[in-house]
Design a protein around this ligand. Structure first.
Ligand code: ADP
Length: 188
């Protein structure tokens, strides 16, 4: 059973790569950002609450996010494994995940590495295509700051646990996918 986490700054391409890895391994992707956007589009209570954080580039409170994730993890399709995209996003969430998964734990944590200047350009390009409410330049810069402060420490956290698989996120989408699959098989 494969249980992966994908890490990377906003714009590193982790969502795109997660979808491709999910297809390759035949397991579902669980994206907390996508789950929030579904709630927002449907106008649920959770969606409205989430929007008040997401639209400012802030993290949604842990208890809300963790509850939503726990529900998703209880669905039958995750029995064969899963790829988590967007969770954990801080050390507290990582601790919750460790507890939830128990002894067996994660198979690996892929970190998509990219420079800050490159991600701003990518996100602005994506904004033009997808029209996401949190993809304006000011909010993008704020999300990058939140990433550096809250999420980047997870790289050390997982490196210390021997789970980190770093992957260079610069290049064609196919190239990065191939690199990731190779890095995961090297990691055994
Ligand atoms: P990106 O990968 O571009 O940062 P996501 O779709 O993963 O975008 O997330 C969009 C927004 O959803 C985040 O900026 C944050 O507000 C919220 N979000 C997603 N996952 C989490 C999480 N695990 N904890 C708190 N907030 C989250």
């Amino acid at each position: 059973m494969i249980k992966l986490v994908v890490l990377g700054a906003p714009g590193a391409g982790k969502g795109t790569q997660a979808a491709r890895l999910a297809e390759h391994f035949g397991i579902p992707t669980i994206s907390t950002g996508a789950l929030f956007r579904t709630h927002m589009a449907a106008g649920t209570e959770l969606g409205e609450l989430a929007a008040s954080y997401i639209n400012h580039g802030n993290l949604v409170p842990d208890e809300v996010t963790t509850g939503m994730l726990a529900e998703r993890l209880s669905e039958p399709d995750v029995a064969a494994g899963f790829i988590l995209d967007g969770y954990p996003r801080n050390l507290e969430q990582a601790a919750v995940l460790d507890e939830t998964l128990g002894d067996e734990g994660l198979t690996a944590v892929v970190d998509f590495e990219i420079r800050g200047t490159e991600v701003v350009n990518r996100l602005l390009a994506r904004a033009a295509i997808e029209g996401r409410s949190d993809d304006t330049e000011e909010i993008i810069r704020h999300r990058l700051m939140v990433y550096r402060e809250k999420t980047a420490p997870l790289v050390d956290y997982y490196r210390e646990r021997g789970l980190l698989v770093p992957v260079d996120a610069v290049g064609e989408v196919d190239e990065v996918t191939a690199r990731t699959i190779a890095a995961l098989s090297d990691a055994g």
